[in-house]
Design a protein around this ligand. Sequence first.
Ligand code: MOS
Length: 707
Amino acid sequence: MDGKTLPVRAIGTPLDRFDGPAKVTGTARYAFEHPVDRPVYLFGVQATVAVGRITAVHTEVALAKPGVLAVLTHENAPRVASFDDPELVILQTPEVAYRGQFVAGVVAETSEIARLAASMIRVDYEAGPHDVQLRADHPDRYAPEVTNGGFATDSVRGDPEAALADAAVRLDATYTTAWYQHAQLEPHSTIAEWADDRLTLHVGSQGVHRLRDSLATLFGLDLERIRAVSPHVGGAFGGKLHAHPDVVLAVLAAFAVPGRPVKLALTRQQMFSQVGYRTPTVQRVRLGAGRDGRLVAISHEVVQQTARHKEFAEQTVTPTRVMYAAPNRSTTHRMVRLDVPVPTIMRAPGKAPGMYALESAMDEMAIACGQDPVEFRIANEPPLDPELDRPFSTRNLVACLRDGARRFGWAGRDPTPGVRRAAGGWLVGTGVAASMYPVYQLPGSSATIRAEPDGRYVVSIGAADLGTGTWTSLTQIAADALAVPVDRIVLRIGDTDLPAAMSAGGSSGMTSWGSTVVEAARRLRARMAAEHADPPAHGIEASADMPANPERERFSMYAFGAQFAEVRVHEATGEVRVPRMLGVFAAGRIINPKTGRSQLLGGMTMGLSMALHEQCVLDPRFGHVVNQDLAEYHIATNADVGCVEVHTLVEEDPYVNPMGSKGIGELGIVGTAAAIANAVHHATGVRVRDLPITPDRFFSGATAIRG
Ligand code: MOS
């Protein structure tokens, strides 16, 4: 024990999730299921042009339908107070920013009437020319001021161009990733009620306080007049972090029918234009190495899209600033504004697509240098953060690679591509890639803990459980911080009536909320020690804001991992199967090994899905995603996933936070796609540089499978 981290009691125990019985018996209520009196139902009408101006809205037929209470359009909808977030400004002007944008909404006594009446609204447009296609050579590409998360757009050290020109071994390759859509099992849902000058929302949210803050700004309401409640969320993945137009439409409708709770659940099809998505990327990676296999230069450039009406710049090349040693290096983000919905964070924003490109390039470079891909990575391990010249709090990528190689059976692997066959026409290959994810700690959380006379401790913090296990793991942290068993903890989360908390984003929830709860517990124990041996009859409480962690200035803080994959590619059809994946992760202390394993396993499955299946297909003529349902937007299902092994290394990090933990919500997806793509190359000799790896990639001219 280093003395800086909590002693292990509940932390580290693979407890079943406390909300499990409520989930499986259906008593855990998701937003739309919250019981309300006399609900009404809302259905949105979406723009059918990508750019244009509404010239007329014909609502008479819809309004005449029995059961229709209101039709909202830009002509009659309540006005917003702020235009600062253009994504949220709907039904305020006749302008259309992208196809699918809400242009009207129908409120009715039943959901069926609302939907039918919505279909009876006719909107006339004056359409303008639109541009929805991302191209790396787009003439309007530009450098954003900063990326999402506040990262510098560009970085440079040394003279990468000269070093690349002089390098003995060089790689220059371009990789692309697809437009990916959040597809939570629980579609975005809201119940909004405006009564007694107060707005009450039941909503699936990654952070009710930040959601409330955006709506307060948008509508010019005092914070106290909005309550948002979100105890259970059916998947979020970044799509429920920020407010999107769906919740705004629900609030506009609530203002129109005061005293009636308005229920809105997006259809699956509507999700593909309303709740954000991951930008497609075009990434050029250039690597230069000496004959000894030491990198001398790393360059990583991305071109990606944003919406014309609001910028979102994914931090795609940021992992390349951290991963490998090389004296000469540069990274750049370039954006293209298109007439499309606003992209947002999704499943390891930046890291997942960026590491696909970098880790594919590392595989290509290892081969070019005649080195084993595991050893090549180890040989280029940086002693310090290669851009900031400061130590890592802990960095166990090498240990993950070595442990993974041993467990996977990597030793003795024949690097020759396209030579291993299994019965039935399958080519067999194996691949490896690294994973990484930052240890973010976001300010803005506070917690209150109340010791009750019966020996229980009520821990209140506006945290979120997205289905990831917060109800359980935050309870474990509180129990250890108070030195009591978990059954003495009563956790309260997911409500703006609780102390404000930062949202669940960037895998930072446990670090941010956990540090806050530990500090509140420390204060409560100090107070009890000073004032009362036992809690008085009226209870005793203490509150704390999240303390700053000064170690964050001294150290770079990341979790790392190694991803291994075995694939089979059918030589006649190009079908790719993944019978085996193995991930080894070093992510500090794992709060709950059971829910933690589920997160990492889920992340790896998302990575498989990203590698092989998921892809939004855009119709450039109209500017919308055509495969807008789960029949055509393919997500890996059980049958697509073979054996997935998850291992975590023992890692003691006294600097990250009082728990010694690192976020694991997103670590599992990072690197998976590259491990699979690298294994596909090993199986077939075909280097697929465009995700997803669909069968057609193997049968296009020069890259055809060599039989
Ligand atoms: Mo996560 S995509 O940072 O909510």
